[in-house]
Write a protein that binds this ligand. Structure first.
Ligand code: NI
Length: 170
């Protein structure tokens, strides 16, 4: 089932995700629907807070169009270590048409539960490290715009206001 993705500045994007206590069939269905929604968008990552469900769950798949799926489901993720620093041009399904440089750690170690509730740890760098940090931020109600200076933040807000006005036109 394809879910509706919330767009900035929807206040629900600021909600913190609560830990998931038990991997129920409902949670697995939510993870599956989120993956389907992400692919349909199309996007490479989606957090539960972006569809208005405040729980600690996100999905990432960085595979290109012609590659087999590399879907990873993260439940109750924790970033254990961050190392280095780099700037990456990021996008977000909650900020349509916005692509802006954000500074992140170069490498992270992340621990989470998979779709079956099995714990795993990953050491990731580059694009995957950026994606994990971006999605993990969503679970704390933190958005890419929060990593920008005042000027760029205002620019992005204006761009989104214009887009909303355009979409609202009959
Ligand atoms: Ni995002």
């Amino acid at each position: 089932m394809i879910l509706t993705i919330l767009h900035y500045p929807d206040p629900r994007l600021r909600e913190k995700g609560q830990p998931i206590r038990e991997i129920t069939p409902e949670i697995q269905k939510l993870a599956d629907d989120m993956a389907e929604t992400m692919y349909a968008a199309p996007g490479v990552g989606l957090a539960a807070t972006q569809i208005g469900v405040p729980v600690r769950l996100f999905v990432i798949d960085l595979a290109g169009e012609d590659e087999p799926s590399r879907l990873v489901t993260f439940i109750n993720p924790e970033i254990l270590e961050r190392e280095g620093s780099r700037t990456w041009e990021e996008g977000c399904l909650s900020f349509p048409d916005v692509h802006e440089d954000v500074q992140r750690a170069e490498r992270v170690r992340v621990r989470a539960l998979d779709r079956d509730g099995k714990p795993f740890e990953l050491d990731v760098d580059g694009y995957m490290a950026v994606a994990v940090q971006h999605e993990n931020d969503h679970l704390d109600g933190v958005l890419m715009i929060d990593h920008m200076g005042a000027l760029r933040k205002r620019m992005v807000q204006r761009k989104l206001e214009k887009r909303r006005a355009r979409d609202a036109r009959p």
